[in-house]
Design a binder for this molecule. Structure first.
Ligand SMILES: [Zn+2]
Length: 123
């Protein structure tokens, strides 16, 4: 069993005034995720973030808000395998599965992958 990692420390029991936000962005060509929790009732604010693949719950939130797109992996029309592996943090068996079935990418992940699939950097 993979160990469950906690990324955010909650300062109050989640209540109906708690608001969670999660998003991804690209910084210097690298994928980054951010999350924040704020609560008017208890006046707490917490945030966190990291590079690379977003934790499952952050990703679920982003997909719920922004949707996802299915991308082909590998081959002439698919996203490059190396980029797919990096963006999603896949193991080799997972990468093989992705190559056969494609991947569900958030809009920002799709943007990173299409940039990786583009022509070599000028200069
Ligand atoms: Zn709360």
């Amino acid at each position: 069993m993979p160990e469950q990692e906690m990324y955010a420390v909650l300062h109050c029991e989640p209540c109906e005034d708690c608001r969670f936000e999660a998003w991804q962005r690209i910084v210097d060509g690298r994928l980054r995720w951010e999350e924040s929790q704020s609560c008017d009732a208890s006046g707490v604010y917490a945030c966190g973030g990291g590079w690379g693949p977003a934790p499952e719950w952050v990703r679920e939130r982003i997909v719920a808000c922004e949707g996802s797109v299915r991308l082909a992996v590998g081959g002439p029309d698919g996203a490059p395998l190396k980029a797919v592996r990096e963006v999603f943090g896949l193991s080799l068996p997972q990468l093989r599965h992705a190559r056969e079935h494609g991947v569900e990418a958030t809009p920002v992940e799709a943007q990173v992958l299409s940039a990786a699939a583009g022509p070599a950097e000028p200069g």
